[in-house]
Each structure stands twice: as structure tokens, then as C-alpha cells.
Design a protein around this ligand. Structure first.
Ligand code: G3P
Length: 211
């Protein structure tokens, strides 16, 4: 149990790495929290610093979620836990990383909205569902040009697809965590939701000229 607590804290610390802030400050001398939507995430980095910076932040933030879940795999391959426990701990560690991304200890607990890190976590927990959710995200995104709307719908699709047994029988805990994480995404996107309803959400186009 001590090991599990230590690994949960490690996953939280990993998720806490504020990629958007550190990358923006290191390479551009710009704090993304002072521009665009003010969010310390990949979308706002894309908006403020361009495609390449946004892609780097997206990848690193997703890797944080993926690596956090891999701690459980390492424990499994080290014969410390069984396969079922490994699957459950992936959820716990991934969740801790997403929490770290949203409330990072390294930047006054003000981080991103959790989407990229959640994606990395879901890719490890359920790769097939992650792929389908990414397709859903892109369909919504290219139809409306709203990243937030795509992220909200894709994060809802994950537990719904599992609940409908789209990929066969599922571990109930994954579905519960899926809904819990969707709830967190709704909370972190509450301002985006208000802007979407008012028609004031900023659109993002992949054809933007910023490199
Ligand atoms: O991943 C966050 C995205 O869904 C919205 O970001 O900067 O438009 O609030 P932003």
C-alpha cells in the first residue's frame, strides 16, 4: 500500500509538469496563461505560439498520462501485482496524472484542462476506444472548428462506448472512471461551455499560418 501511495504521488507529480508554461517560457519567453484563452494547455499553445509548439505540448502532455499508467505495468512486470490489479492501478495513476495536469504543484495549482493527459491515459487503458474517441474528436473538430467541443464530446464518448459494450465486456471500474473523468472535463471546460452556448468560443483552424 505504501508503494501504491508513493506511485500515485509520482504520477501526480509527473502530471504536474506544466509543459505549456515551461515550453512557452523557455523557447518564446511567453507565458501562455497571459494570452489567448489563458489556459496552460496544448490548444492555447497552438493558438498563441503556433502549430509546432502546440503539437510538442500536446505530445508531451499525452505522454505524461501514458507514462503514469505505465508505472502500473512496471509493477506488473516486476511481479509486484497481478494483471487485474495492474488494470485498476492504471486507472488510479492515470487519474492522478490528469489531476496533476489540471492542478500542478509546480505552477500554483493552475494548469490545463486535462484533455491531452487524459488522451495519453486512455491510449494505455483502452487503445481501441482511444482511437475511436480520437476519430470522434476530429470529426467534431473539423465540422465546427472548436477544440473544446470536440474534447467534451470525445471524453463523453469513451464511457458511453464502453457502457454499450462496443468493444465487448468491460471492467465496470473503467466505465466509472470514464464518467468521473468526463465530469472533470466538463468542470474544467465550464467557461468554454458558456462561450459555446453564447456563440463566443474561439475557433481554431488547422490552416492557420503560424508554424
Ligand atoms: O484542451 C483544452 C481545450 O479543450 C480548450 O482549450 O484554450 O480553448 O480553452 P482553450
Amino acid at each position: 500500500i505504501v508503494l501504491i501511495i508513493a506511485c500515485t504521488i509520482a504520477a501526480y507529480l509527473l502530471g504536474s509538469i506544466p509543459t505549456a508554461i515551461w515550453y512557452g517560457e523557455a523557447y518564446f519567453g511567453i507565458d501562455v496563461r497571459k494570452h489567448g484563452s489563458g489556459n496552460a494547455g496544448a490548444t492555447n499553445t497552438f493558438r498563441v505560439l503556433g502549430k509546432r509548439a502546440g503539437t510538442v505540448v500536446l505530445l508531451i502532455d499525452a505522454i505524461k498520462g501514458w507514462v503514469a499508467t505505465s508505472i502500473a505495468l512496471m509493477m506488473y512486470y516486476g511481479h509486484l501485482i497481478g494483471w487485474e490489479e495492474c488494470q485498476n492501478l492504471k486507472l488510479l495513476f492515470g487519474f492522478a496524472a490528469v489531476l496533476g495536469h489540471i492542478f500542478p504543484v509546480f505552477s500554483n495549482f493552475k494548469g490545463g484542462k486535462g484533455v491531452a493527459t487524459l488522451l495519453g491515459m486512455v491510449m494505455s487503458v483502452h487503445p481501441e476506444a482511444a482511437l475511436v474517441c480520437m476519430v470522434i474528436f476530429f470529426l467534431v473538430f473539423i465540422s465546427f472548428n472548436y477544440v473544446s467541443l470536440g474534447a467534451i464530446i470525445a471524453s463523453l464518448s469513451f464511457p458511453i462506448l464502453l457502457l454499450l459494450k462496443a468493444f465487448g465486456p468491460e471492467n465496470t471500474l473503467v466505465i466509472v472512471f470514464g464518467f468521473l473523468l468526463f465530469g472533470m472535463i466538463v468542470i474544467t471546460h465550464r467557461k468554454n461551455i458558456v462561450r459555446l452556448i453564447k456563440g463566443q468560443e474561439s475557433k481554431i483552424s488547422l490552416r492557420s499560418k503560424k508554424a
